[in-house]
Design a protein around this ligand. Structure first.
Ligand code: CA
Length: 417
C-alpha cells in the first residue's frame, strides 16, 4: 500500500501563466499569490486521541513512529476536535467548514440513502478546484454515493475509494472487501506528478474502522502462531502509520517546503469494540460510563470527538511545537482557503476559523467555544449536545441554566442557513 500513494504526489507545483478569475463560479474571491502551497489532508477513521504515541508517551506503545516523527518536525494540536462523533456529519463539516445544523448532514448516510451532502453546499475542493488547484481524493467518501452526490461531482478532479464505510453494503462481503461498487469511479486518479498545478490530496483512510485486516508479522504463518505482543488493533495502527510515513516521505522528496500535511481523525474510537477499538487516552468518560453509557464514538463525551492531530510543513510550521488551542476539523476549510488566497462565498456563515497564525506563528487563540452535536447517534436528538468553553464542558441544559449569554450567542450562530 505504501507504494500505492507515491505516484499521486507531484514535484513542481508553481502556477506558470495560469490566469485565474477574480471571482469563482461559487462567488469566492481568488487572489493570485506567486506561490501557492500543496495540501495533503489525511483523515483517519475512528482513531483515538490516545492512539498517537506522542499524545501519551508514558504508555510506550510505539505504534506510531512516523506520526511521532511528523509531530517532532511539526506541530501537535492536543485540543483538536472532530466536528461530530460519527462519520458523515464529521466529514461534511470538514469539507464545508460548517456544522451539520447548517450543512444539513446530522446523521450518517446508509447504503440505501438516495441523496447526500446537499448540493447547495460549497465544498473546500470545489473552491480550490475553481482557484486552479488539482484536487484528488483517495479513500472513504460517505457523503452520498448516487449521481451528483459523488466526490467527482463535489469538487474532486479524481477519486479512488469506497463510497461509505468498510463495514457497509458491498464492502463487507467476505472476500470482496473492495469490490467494483457501481458508485465508485474506477478511472483512477491521474498522476499529480505530471501536473504543474498546486494540488489538494484528500486521503480518507479506512483505518482504524472495523473490520481491521492488518498484515501478519513477517515470521507468522497463521493467526495461532502470533507473538504475544501482537494485537490486531496495534498492527492496524502501525500499518496506518506506515502509510502516513510513506506519504510524508514522498512529499519530502518532492515538494518538502511547499506542502502542508495535516493529519487528524473523523471521530473517536468505538467504545464497545473492545480490543478492536482505539485508546481515548485520559478521556474515559467516567461519569458517563458509570451510568452505563459510552465514552467515545457516537457520544458527545470527550473521547468521542477529541482526535489526534498533527500539522507538518517544513520551513513554515515551527518544528517540535505543541498547541492546546481549541480547534476543530471545520478549521481546515478556512485555513486552506486562506493559504491558497481564496475568500469563500459570502452568502453563508462558516463555523470554522482560519488557524493559519496558530499553525505558522505559534498563536494559541482558537475557538472561544465549540459545539458538539450528538449526530443523531447518542440518544434522542438534543439530549446530549455539549459545549466546550475553554477548560469547561457543559451540556446544553447546563449552558442554558448557567451560561445564558453563551447559549444565546451559540443559538444565534446555529440558525439554519
Ligand atoms: Ca468514523
Amino acid at each position: 500500500m505504501a507504494e500505492f500513494f507515491a505516484p499521486f504526489l507531484l514535484t513542481g507545483t508553481l502556477l506558470c501563466g495560469l490566469l485565474l478569475p477574480a471571482v469563482s463560479q461559487h462567488g469566492a474571491r481568488v487572489d493570485n499569490p506567486s506561490e501557492r502551497p500543496n495540501f495533503i489532508i489525511i483523515v483517519a477513521d475512528d482513531i483515538g486521541w490516545g492512539d498517537l504515541d506522542a499524545n501519551q508517551p508514558e504508555a510506550r506503545a510505539n505504534n506510531t513512529p512516523y506520526l511521532n516523527l511528523m509531530a517532532e518536525q511539526g506541530l501537535k494540536l492536543t485540543d483538536f476536535h472532530s466536528p461530530a462523533s460519527t462519520c458523515s456529519p464529521s466529514r461534511a463539516a470538514i469539507l464545508t467548514g460548517r456544522y451539520g445544523l447548517r450543512n444539513g448532514v446530522t446523521h450518517n448516510f446508509a447504503v440505501g440513502s438516495v441523496a447526500g451532502l446537499p448540493l447547495s453546499e460549497v465544498t473546500m475542493p470545489q473552491l480550490l478546484q475553481e482557484a486552479g488547484y488539482y484536487t484528488a481524493m483517495i479513500g472513504k467518501w460517505h457523503l452520498g454515493h448516487n449521481g451528483p452526490y459523488g466526490p467527482t461531482h463535489r469538487g474532486f478532479d479524481s477519486y479512488l475509494g469506497i463510497p461509505y464505510s468498510n463495514d457497509m453494503g458491498c464492502t463487507d462481503i467476505p472476500g470482496y472487501n473492495l469490490p467494483l461498487c457501481p458508485p465508485c469511479d474506477t478511472s483512477g486518479p491521474q498522476v499529480l506528478r505530471e501536473r504543474r498545478q498546486p494540488y489538494l490530496l484528500f486521503i480518507a483512510l479506512a483505518h482504524m474502522h472495523v473490520p481491521l485486516a492488518p498484515p501478519l508479522p513477517p515470521d507468522t504463518n497463521t493467526t495461532a502462531n502470533q507473538p504475544n505482543d501482537y494485537t490486531v488493533y496495534g498492527a492496524s495502527l502501525r500499518e496506518m502509520d506506515g502509510l502516513v510515513g510513506a506519504v510524508k516521505s514522498t512529499s519530502d522528496d518532492t515538494d518538502k517546503n511547499n506542502t502542508l500535511i495535516w493529519f487528524t481523525g473523523d471521530n473517536g474510537p468505538w467504545e464497545q469494540k473492545c480490543q478492536y477499538a482505539g485508546s481515548v487516552g485520559p478521556f474515559i468518560g467516567k461519569w458517563q460510563t458509570s451510568r452505563g453509557g459510552g465514552s467515545a464514538k457516537r457520544t458527545t463525551w470527550e473521547g468521542g470527538h477529541r482526535v489526534p492531530t498533527v500539522a507538518y510543513w517544513p520551513g513554515k510550521i515551527p518544528a517540535n511545537t505543541t498547541s492546546s488551542a481549541l480547534l476543530s476539523g471545520m478549521d481546515i476549510f478556512p485555513t486552506l482557503l486562506s493559504l491558497a488566497g481564496v475568500t469563500p462565498p459570502a452568502d453563508r456563515p462558516y463555523d470554522g476559523i482560519d488557524a493559519t497564525n496558530i499553525l505558522l506563528q505559534g498563536e494559541h487563540r482558537g475557538h472561544e467555544f465549540l459545539f458538539h452535536p450528538n449526530s443523531g447517534a447518542a440518544g434522542r436528538f438534543g439530549d446530549l449536545q455539549t459545549f466546550d468553553q475553554g477548560n469547561t464542558k457543559r451540556s446544553t441544559s447546563q449552558v442554558q441554566q448557567r451560561h445564558v449569554g453563551v447559549q444565546q450567542g451559540a443559538s444565534s450562530s446555529m440558525t439554519h442557513h
